[in-house]
Ligand binder design. Sequence first.
Ligand code: SAJ
Length: 426
Amino acid sequence: MISLKKKILNKKVDIAIIGLGYVGLELALNIAKKKYNVIGFDKNKKKIELIKKNQSPINTIKNERIRLLNKRNLHSLRNINLLTKCDVIIICLPTPLKKNLKPDNKYLIECFKTIFPYLRKNQILILESTVHPLATQKIFGNKISKKFDIGKNFFLCFSPERISPGQHEGRHAYLNITKLISGRTKNCVKLINYLYGKIFKKLHKCASIEIAEFSKLYENSYRSINIGFANQMKIIADKLNMNIFDIIKASSTKPFGFTKFNPGPGVGGHCIPLDPMFISYAAKKLRINSDFIHLARRVNFEVTNWIIDKIKKDTKKKEKILLLGVAYKKNIDDDRESPARIIYKELRKTHIVKFYDPYIKKLKIRKKTYKSLETLNYQKLKNFNSVIITTDHDFFNYKKIFKFSKKIFDTRGVFREKKDLKIISC
Ligand code: SAJ
């Protein structure tokens, strides 16, 4: 414990990061920037090769940052035996949902099976992946405590990732975001506090690993529920011929007790549609109610269908439609769970539909791949009967979109201040 503390404070620890996705790579770069020795592992050999060539596999992480990593320390899982020499092991792997909406911990379980033989005394294992309550103990803690004395000769911690993809300035910048830390024992908390205290500006010590697990899910369920509320209010306001954005703008003048959320085409990404289901899973196992979570999820899907119905009512079959943006939110290249995918797939059944996204060149839907328009020629927007603003990327020139489009379905409120017959808010 003492020697580990000294090594951490003197930056002599070797830190392994398993999973170099948008969480693990960002973390690796920030730890390397603080002059720690980082050893990166990822099962995707192509990704490792790309990073070794100083090319970022993630559009929100710029190539020039990749040089921070010592390329000799990047490995596929073939060299996982190197883990034994590492003092700290941080796991940043995906935790998707299964088709039955239950948590799918297969990546964590497989990873733990692979690394377990290489765990040795006086190592710190930190899980950053989003998991259902009690999962850290269930997947890692129970088995580790058979081989080690957690808190004495092995240390188990949990610190949920809090990345806001695509946002790098100000309070949303990675290192400015308060990092929750937790550990199985007091010594575990002390050690993650020493290490993460050297990397992040602000830490919050959670009373237990389970509190930290639940907090992550709570904050994202809060978002899903409030976005769902905004989407349902949009549908009601529309029926009353009111602009929901005028309503929200007025409510936002209240300086307390109100947090603004915008209605949109639905909820995409790898956090908000998924994380609340981890709480629902835990509630179901306890046979208690989590209606809020299911209602929000339902409304956030319903609003996408409501938009599709509105477009079908306002257009004729076989008309030409262009979707502007397919990413799940602005200024990123990620279309996971993006509502634009549903809109594109559905409208293709009755219309001639194209899409353009500056960050996404191809859409894979089921077994088919659909290509984005190569470029966006604003003058040619008039060749489409209508345009749908599905993702409000800052890249778009909205003045030109307004000028050259015949009809605009605005699902993001970008034209909320403009009252014009050719703009249909939805
Ligand atoms: N959305 C709305 N209305 C809103 C906010 C979001 O319709 O008012 C939609 C977005 O278009 C998107 C989805 O919801 O399709 C999710 O948006 P998000 O802003 O929550 O973005 P995410 O999924 O990238 O969420 C991440 C989360 N970060 C972590 O889990 C560490 C979330 O907690 C952050 O609050 C969010 O980034 C952020 O603020 O950028």
